[in-house]
Design a protein around this ligand. Structure first.
Ligand SMILES: Nc1ncnc2c1ncn2[C@@H]1O[C@H](COP(=O)(O)OP(=O)(O)OP(=O)(O)O)[C@@H](O)[C@H]1O
Ligand SMILES: [Mg+2]
Length: 223
């Protein structure tokens, strides 16, 4: 199976403090990957590097065989990958649907396409429906949605422009077991539809539901 993302000898330092060292991994479509490891082992850092928000100090990332350093990171983030942040990063004063529409509009613009308001509207509602949110919730301000519902909006937003790869940081943190299960069912459906889903997690349930798990080891700074 062809790789979507490939990490080659990735290293990362904050100043002179090494956080990631020699990470080699390939990610295929249609699978769920769990990234696990102790707090401080560099999971969020790795996700930032993979989403083009931070440059690796060593090594390279290939997306469909193309070196990320040669790519416009903005376009990469608005088309190839969908990122779900731990704190959701939603615009809380806007409605759920407006959050999804905005992300879709930015993605279309980055591809030089015009965004027809009617199409934006119907696609946003479609994405929200896919994650189990109806019209009433879609039209509610994000601030007035529950944590689990906001999590769904963050997933819908990442899905809005149909990226091949979804990167999520602790997407089930602070959720009850039942909601966690429902969120994992959404990720499983996405993987079954051919997406590559990469999830950073501390949850043994989420890690156990993944097809593959990558464990990051804390680097001993005195080495
Ligand atoms: N901007 C920064 N500047 C300096 N050090 C940082 C910065 N961000 C993170 N670190 C450090 O890098 C290490 C890895 O952090 P990271 O957030 O990637 O860990 P993590 O595995 O995601 O942890 P957690 O499970 O607690 O979320 C930690 O020691 C952290 O303190
Ligand atoms: Mg983290």
């Amino acid at each position: 199976m062809e790789n979507i993302l490939k990490l080659e000898n990735i290293g990362f330092r904050y100043g002179d403090k090494p956080v990631l060292r020699q990470i080699n991994y390939s990610f295929e479509p249609g699978k769920i990957y769990g990234i696990v490891g102790k707090s401080g082992s560099g999971k969020t850092t790795l996700l930032s590097v993979m989403s083009g928000l931070a440059e690796p100090s060593e090594g390279r990332i290939l997306c469909r065989g193309e070196d990320l350093t040669a790519r416009d990171k903005y376009i990469y983030r608005s088309r190839d990958i969908g990122v779900i942040f731990q704190n959701f990063n939603l615009l809380t004063k806007l409605t759920a649907a407006e959050n999804v529409e905005l992300s879709l509009e930015l993605s279309l613009r980055s591809a030089g396409q015009k965004a027809d308001p009617k199409e934006l509207y119907s696609r946003a509602y479609g994405c929200l429906r896919e994650v189990g949110l109806g019209q009433e919730e879609a039209d509610r301000r994000v601030l007035k949605l529950s944590g689990g519902q906001q999590q769904r909006v963050a997933i819908a937003r990442a899905l809005s422009y149909n990226p091949e790869c979804i990167l999520a940081d602790e997407p089930t943190g602070n959720l009850d077991e039942h909601t966690q299960k429902e969120i994992m069912e959404i990720f499983r459906r996405l993987a079954d539809s051919g997406k590559c889903v990469i999830i950073v997690t501390h949850s043994s349930y989420v890690a156990g539901s993944a097809d593959r798990c990558i464990e990051l080891q804390q680097i001993n700074h005195l080495q």
